[in-house]
Write a protein that binds this ligand. Structure first.
Ligand SMILES: Cc1ncc(C[n+]2csc(CCOP(=O)(O)OP(=O)(O)O)c2C)c(N)n1
Length: 342
């Protein structure tokens, strides 16, 4: 909150964004939180087995979504990217189909909840294995370069915990050596489930790791959507224009437990979480937009009503859809009519 007031008082940097774009960012953040909370609500109602929370990641993901070039860039996300995929055009219904594990889900209801994919909008499938998707992202970037498809880039995301994995280091090194068109975006919420950052790395900023591989690293305020947008847009443009990879680190927060299967009361105090929530990126951004006359309170309320209605509609629609059938079991696994049990 303090940051927002400062931004409002010292002059408002809009990074070339129109009023409509500024409001679209707020809408995305509100939608993200509403859909995100819906996952936890459905789990507590006993309707779905699992959901992940991304409260506290709204700003960095809204900024990333705006920096992503729809129709040409490729996104290789991780499981906490609900707002990012919504922001680049994933229908809300698809997220709910994933949570309810319905047959109409693109994986046929077989993927882990929150592990969405959508080839039509350039979203590659999510891996549950931490950092396993980073070599895939580098492979996609290598293909872009090999085919000479200038003007395209890959955006891949992960938490700070993933940067302790060997695959992550191999991937960043390979991308640097080959000058690949890729942006590595770390959403640093300071926890890998229950493990705080200080217990798994001896550097303050993940972005410092870039120096070891000879690519630029930049840390930014991932609780500010406009600062996030600016950092990610610059890195994506650098990648698209053939100048090579960048490692970015958006410092954000995780307000909820890691997932519905986790209970963060066992490893952090309620006071610590309340303290974190004082820096809520949605409240801060609303303050900035209000202070600069971009929206009024009535507009914010209307947006809140609109995203809630859209989320309710998608929830009801997904819930009413059928579960997978036996025939869905091998859908998209084997080509043609091959039946593995024959
Ligand atoms: C290779 C591997 N090790 C452990 C796990 C269990 N696991 C799932 S999420 C997670 C935490 C990852 O933390 P981070 O990368 O910081 O991302 P965050 O969830 O905080 O956004 C762990 C350890 C896993 N899925 N894969």
């Amino acid at each position: 909150m303090a940051k927002a007031v400062t931004a409002a008082a010292t002059g408002f940097e809009r990074y070339g964004l129109s009023d409509d774009q500024l409001v679209a960012i707020l809408r995305n953040m509100l939608l993200q939180r509403t859909v995100d909370n819906r996952g936890f609500q459905l789990n507590r109602q006993g309707k779905i087995p699992f959901a992940l929370g991304s409260e506290g990641h709204e700003a960095v993901q809204a900024g990333a979504a705006l920096a992503f070039q729809r129709g040409s860039d490729i996104l290789v996300p991780y499981y906490r990217d609900l707002g990012l995929v919504l922001g680049i055009g994933m229908p809300i219904l698809e997220l709910l189909l994933s949570l309810f594990a319905r047959g109409a889900d693109r994986s046929g209801g077989r993927q882990f909840p929150n592990h969405y994919t959508n080839r039509d909008i350039g979203v590659m499938s999510i891996s549950s294995i931490i950092a396993a998707h980073v070599p895939h992202a580098v492979g996609a970037a290598y293909a872009i370069k090999f085919r000479g498809e200038g003007g395209r880039a890959v955006l891949t995301t992960f938490g700070e915990g993933a940067t302790s994995e060997g695959e992550w280091h191999e991937s960043v090194n390979f991308a640097a050596v080959h000058g690949l068109p890729i942006v590595f975006l770390c959403q640093n919420n300071e926890f890998a489930i229950s493990v705080p950052q200080a217990k798994q790395m001896h550097v303050k900023d993940v972005a410092q790791k870039a120096a070891g591989y000879g690519l630029p690293g930049e840390t930014f305020d991932g609780l500010d959507p406009l600062v996030s947008y600016d950092a990610i847009r610059r890195a994506m443009e650098r990648a698209r224009s053939g100048e090579g990879p960048t490692l970015l680190e958006g410092k954000c927060a995780r307000f909820l437990s890691h997932s519905t299967d986790d209970d963060d009361r066992t490893y952090r105090s309620r006071e610590a979480v309340l303290e974190l929530r004082k820096r809520d990126p949605i409240a801060s951004y609303e303050t900035v937009l209000l202070a600069n006359g971009i929206v009024d309170q009535a507009r914010i309320e209307a947006l809140r009503r609109e995203v809630l209605a859209a989320t309710n509609e998608a929830t009801d629609e997904a819930e009413a859809m059928p579960l997978p059938t036996q025939a869905d079991l091998y859908r998209n696994v084997y080509a043609g009519d091959y039946e593995p049990w024959q």
